[in-house]
Design a protein around this ligand. Structure first.
Ligand SMILES: [Zn+2]
Length: 159
């Protein structure tokens, strides 16, 4: 089944009308779950032929083919789980929902789940900047290394 990103925008818009800001956590958690499933399936498919960091890069490249857009992980250190993941063209911000905060909750959750599964520890990515808010790129960084989080100015992903 192929679902266009606009479906997530429609679900998010309806969810925010009904649930308010809690919808962002729901989307983050759904993305996280999918990311873990994709990572686990890929590890099994590779049968140990690639280390976790190479599987991460394989999934980043594969995401482009699957319509998730291009991600730049050159500023992200997988081993240390630090730095920033950027996307200039992933499709989630291309929806018309007006928002005050970054909006790519599903994508943030997806890569959180992928990285957590591959590393075997919990990593939660927050979106620091979002194209839906006028930023040139969407930027994701691990929670705890995000100075905005400590000041309570993120998008409310309270996982
Ligand atoms: Zn975004």
């Amino acid at each position: 089944m192929i679902i266009p990103a606009s479906v997530f925008g429609a679900i998010e818009a309806a969810g925010e009308r009904i649930l308010g800001r809690g919808m962002s956590s729901i989307l983050h958690m759904a993305g996280d779950r999918l990311g873990r499933e994709v990572a686990k399936a890929t590890v099994e498919f590779m049968e140990g032929s690639l280390p976790p960091n190479a599987i991460f890069e394989f999934l980043i490249d594969g995401g482009t083919m699957r319509g998730f857009g291009h991600y730049d992980v050159s500023a992200f250190d997988f081993e240390a789980s630090s730095g920033v993941i950027r996307s200039v063209d992933q499709p989630f911000p291309d929806d018309p929902i007006p928002r005050k905060d970054p909006g790519c909750h599903f994508a943030a959750g997806f890569w959180s789940g992928v990285i957590s599964s591959l590393r075997g520890n919990e990593v939660v990515l927050d979106e620091l900047a979002c194209r839906s808010r006028g930023a040139p790129v969407c930027e994701f960084a691990p929670r705890g290394q995000n100075p905005l989080v400590s000041r309570g100015k993120t998008d409310g992903n309270d996982r």
